[in-house]
Design a binder for this molecule. Structure first.
Ligand SMILES: Cc1cc2nc3c(=O)[nH]c(=O)nc-3n(C[C@H](O)[C@H](O)[C@H](O)COP(=O)(O)OP(=O)(O)OC[C@H]3O[C@@H](n4cnc5c(N)ncnc54)[C@H](O)[C@@H]3O)c2cc1C
Length: 432
């Protein structure tokens, strides 16, 4: 079996093709543009950047910087093309977007075994990588929904912010369950009347993201942003996600309102703000949510977002090697798998391409180590618990260091050193 299929010529799809072509396979790449476009794409170019021209930081003290360094070790096409199309952007990797896409097309067109088919594809065969992105065509959505079954395919994000555990002020927070029923799984952040009133006032006046035209309408029906709920009346949050009833402080205190935080990860290093899905801009989220006394110094790992986004609830559906559990010859990559961001999408494409080629060569599939940005995010896709929400790379996803490091910068450097050491070893194993 030397012929494989990649559906979607975006950031994930082109990486997958590159890996498969380098392994000697014949690749049919289906890309529906320019004949049929998505609501966000504007050209027929491969790997079109639909919004910002920044691929984010290159600093090794950031998760994005470490991800890039790992992808360099794994020979990423997107990174190579981006570096050759670089425009000045301080510590970030920003590109001339037309040049970037052109570089990718030039490199891929150098392979005789690539067949680019400019057609919409809705058929899911074995030995295929589906990388049709957050704006997957309707027909492909239907096919994926049939394959995945009820509940595994989502059409929009409604993500609440996540903060680091160490940045929560425990003098203003306490663990308890409502009416002391069950385990005390929630971390409660109480507010008095004055704090609540000021919080609601700022929340209703805060700046929101301008939705794209295709995101307006009823896509978010049934999942109301916290700021919209707040506009319905001063007490609406106290009767909704900030309900204080049944929650008493350590000395039996009652509160006017309570924000509940829920653990997000197995290492207890991240908490999400329950019911706080929001369309506020990131800077406004920081300003307004930091008015919650326990979150005055909160460090946000991920801000809340609400946008049109087709993605799989990957845990229980995909393995950490990005193929279906029930149909191992079908792989998924890109934003569709529940990753968020250009480089994360490219990373899953690279890995899906590598895993499919190993599978066809009769080799064992090996996921990257959990200590790496690549491995920790793939691990999150396969094993996240609770309500699954799309995620970008971050240091809170990797296992703790063997010896705790208090200084934040030094800790990040230690994570980066470990990740790069481990990804180099991984590359050696994979390339043997
Ligand atoms: C409006 C918007 C703005 C975004 N802005 C940013 C940003 O600024 N920074 C960031 O890091 N991330 C951003 N993202 C998130 C994400 O990083 C990008 O969407 C990224 O392009 C995802 O890569 P992908 O390969 O999964 O999908 P895409 O790059 O979208 O590629 C999917 C490709 O599949 C094609 N396709 C779809 N269905 C079919 C089909 N049935 N048959 C054949 N081809 C098909 C599409 O035409 C497209 O070319 C944004 C997402 C959206 C929707």
């Amino acid at each position: 079996m030397n012929r494989v299929r990649v559906v979607g010529g975006g950031l994930a799809g082109v990486e997958a093709c590159y890996k498969l072509l380098n392994a000697g396979f014949e690749v049919d790449l289906y890309e529906m543009r320019p004949g049929k476009s998505s609501p966000a794409h504007k050209t027929g170019a491969l790997a079109e950047l639909v919004c910002s021209n920044s691929l984010k930081s290159e600093e090794l003290t950031t998760a994005q910087g470490v991800l890039k360094a790992e992808l360099r070790v794994l020979d990423s096409l997107v990174l190579k093309a981006a570096e050759a199309a670089r425009v000045p952007a301080g510590g970030a990797l920003a590109v001339d977007r037309a040049q970037f896409s052109d570089n990718i097309e030039q490199i891929l067109k150098g392979y005789d075994k690539l067949n680019i088919i400019r057609e919409e594809c809705a058929y899911i065969a074995d030995n295929t990588i589906i990388a049709t992105g957050p704006l997957t065509s309707d027909k492909m959505e239907e096919s994926i929904a049939k394959l995945a079954g009820a509940g595994y395919l989502h059409f929009y994000d409604a993500v609440a912010p996540i903060v680091t555990a160490e940045s929560i002020d425990m003098n203003h927070a306490f663990y308890s369950s409502r009416y002391n029923k069950g385990d005390a799984d929630y971390l409660n952040c109480p507010m008095n009347e004055k704090e609540y009133t000021e919080f609601v006032k700022e929340l209703v006046g805060a700046g929101t993201v301008v939705l794209k035209s295709f995101e307006k309408g009823d896509v978010f029906e049934g999942c109301m942003p916290i700021e919209v709920m707040a506009k319905r009346g001063r007490d609406s949050l106290r009767f909704g996600p900030m309900r204080p009833v049944g929650l008493r402080g350590p000395d039996g205190e009652r509160y006017y309102a309570v924000v509940q935080l829920r653990k997000e990860d197995k290492y207890d290093r991240m908490y999400n703000l329950v019911g706080f899905q929001t369309n506020l801009t990131f800077s406004e989220q920081k300003r307004v949510f930091s008015m919650i006394p326990a979150l005055r110094k909160a460090e946000f790992v991920r801000y809340g977002v609400m946008h049109r986004n087709t993605y799989l609830a990957s845990p229980g559906f995909l393995t950490d090697c990005l193929h279906m559990i029930k149909r191992p010859a079908v792989f998924f990559a890109g934003q569709l798998t529940g990753v968020e961001g250009y480089m994360e999408s490219a990373m899953t494409g690279l890995l899906a391409g590598m895993h499919l080629s190993r599978r066809l060569q009769g080799k064992t599939l090996i996921p990257p180590p959990l200590t790496t940005m690549c491995g920790s995010l793939c691990g999150y896709l396969a094993h996240a618990t609770g309500d699954f929400a799309p995620m970008h790379v971050n240091f809170e996803l990797v296992p703790p260091l063997p010896e705790p490091v208090k200084d934040k910068t030094k800790r990040k450097e230690a994570y980066a050193d470990r990740a790069l050491h481990d990804i180099r070893q991984y590359a050696q194993v994979i390339n043997d």
